[in-house]
Design a protein around this ligand. Sequence first.
Ligand SMILES: [Fe+2]
Length: 231
Amino acid sequence: MRKRVIVGLDQENYTAQVLMAEFEDQASRPHDSIESFAAALNNAVALHDSITALHAQRVSEVCFLVASELDLGFDIREAAQITGMVHDVGKLRVPKSVLNKSEPLTSEERAQLEVHAEAGEQMIASLGEQFEEIARGVRSHHERWDGSGYPDGLVGGNIPVMARLLAVVDVYDAMTSTRAYRPSVYSSGAAQEYLADSRARLFDPVCVDAALAVLDGWEKGRRSFSLPDSF
Ligand SMILES: [Fe+2]
């Protein structure tokens, strides 16, 4: 990481500045491929919040599988994989005290958390034109099919495809993994049931069907590979 002299900032802002410097540093380095670049950006997230970074790795894998199931071209499958990896990069701008809070968030903290979708879009869009579609997916990954999501309250087909796909995978992984605010987790079966029940209400039905077609296989591979659950 480049050394920066940061004076006159409180601890929360100091940490945010250092993490943004790490993001900018990763963004300015040459990388062999766009995938390794996305993984490097996720390393900046890992410094801030390892739970989010591990979540992003799993989401990235499953996004690629769902895009393949939908028979999307290689470029779009690759974009889905990258969008999955960087979708929560905007959490670098959310205070750790909010990300790790175990009690329910206040409305002010909820607003601070929700900023991550737009912040992530800005950070990814700043990397260059080739990231435009990925940036749009990042912005809209908390939109919901019925218009109840954020930040724009988009409805159905107005939500970018990348975000519709990502939303399904994001929620599945959030339900089946441990979070600061929720130590107990749903089983894969219960989470899949939730997705099926929310089909065409919260999520694009086509993306839900594709996710349900690949999740059992992905879970099986994940268990047999047995990756450690923390850095
Ligand atoms: Fe998110």
